[in-house]
Design a protein around this ligand. Structure first.
Ligand SMILES: [Mn+2]
Length: 336
């Protein structure tokens, strides 16, 4: 079973994080590499809020995110580390410190780290940790912190938090959406969140992305209720596409009727692959990802691996078997 944080730990963690942020004069905010709008929206919302109460704020993400240019405050995001040491290094939406990148990690450990996260397997790497696994997005936690700090939720802050939550809930469609989420969403609308900016971010597309998508879809296979496809570096180069252009491809093959899990393998560097996994709730692909040194959530996870190009299909089928094995095992457990 998951080690769920006790409620009192969550409340205490939140209180400590808030007092650390309030007493700091300067804060660097960082999020995971290869970010998506929960990471960026959470960072920008917190950054704009802390700035509004007079803190010196520096928002960092190793990679940045093109689609997030529509989010208010995106121009404040830097892809290089600051030249000053902050009072607090605040990490959002990051299950472990490795995910901010090597340089960021080396920088972070020289300061006081504040950790705000919602991942199932979130590590308590911070000096202060506000970890709430029940939140569907890190944006929810940022909202709750700002409320407790009595910081005014401006339209710009509301837009970023709304984008963060909408992203991690696939537009408020995932079963993780609860009353708490929708109450927050309704308040964000009240605070004049810019839904057009959110839609432009979440539905961001380019021609190169669609060309790449057609290549990806042409290779889709469904076997034993598991869909999979792959892309090589040469495919990205052919269309001038970036890695992030393919971030959502796996969700498309996951919705194929009858599919319970999906595997997407993409080459990021020469024979260095990123493997993304998705599954229905009765499976736990997070467990498989962790076995290979990766991480994520129970039903959405990933890892990196070095394999030969001509071994990709064999490797995918090996992962497929591991997923099927997990399903057989859980059936046996349930029948006893
Ligand atoms: Mn998230």
């Amino acid at each position: 079973m998951l080690a769920i944080e006790k409620d009192s730990d969550v409340i205490e963690g939140k209180r400590e994080v808030i007092s650390a942020l309030l007493s700091a004069e300067s804060v660097v905010i960082a999020s995971h590499e290869g970010p998506e709008p929960d990471a960026i929206g959470s960072s920008l919302a917190l950054g704009l809020a802390l700035e509004s109460i007079g803190k010196k704020v520096y928002i960092y993400n190793k990679d940045g995110l093109e689609s997030a240019k529509y989010l208010p405050g995106y121009s404040k995001l830097k892809t290089s580390l600051p030249d000053f040491l902050p009072d607090i290094f605040c990490v959002v939406d990051c299950a472990n410190l490795d995910r901010i990148g090597d340089e960021g990690k080396k920088f972070a450990v020289r300061t006081t780290i504040v950790n705000i996260d919602h991942h199932d397997k979130a590590e308590r790497f911070g000096t202060f940790n506000f970890i709430d696994h029940t939140a569907p997005a890190c944006g929810v936690l940022i909202y709750e912190i700002l409320k407790d700090m009595n910081i005014e939720i401006t339209p710009d802050i509301a837009t970023n938090i709304y984008a963060a939550i909408a992203k991690d809930t696939m537009g408020f469609l995932l079963p993780t959406v609860d009353v708490r989420t929708l109450k927050i969403a309704s308040e964000l609308i009240e605070r004049k969140a810019d839904l057009l900016a959110v839609m432009k971010t979440l539905r961001f597309a380019t021609l190169r992305k669609y060309k790449l998508l057609s290549e990806f879809l042409s290779r889709v296979v469904v076997e034993d209720g598991i869909s999979f496809s792959f892309l090589f570096k040469s495919d990205y180069e052919k269309f001038g596409a970036k890695d992030e252009d393919s971030d959502e491809f796996i969700d498309l093959i996951r919705s194929i009727d009858g599919v319970k899990a999906s595997i997407f393998v993409r080459e990021r560097d020469n024979e260095f692959f990123k493997v993304s996994l998705r599954s229905d709730p009765h499976l736990d692909v997070g467990k498989i990802a962790r076995k290979y040194g990766g991480g994520g959530h129970k039903n959405a996870a990933g890892f990196n691996i070095k394999i030969k190009k001509d071994e990709v299909l064999n490797f995918i089928r090996k992962i497929k078997e591991e997923i099927l094995e997990q399903e057989r095992f859980s059936h046996e457990q349930n029948n006893h």
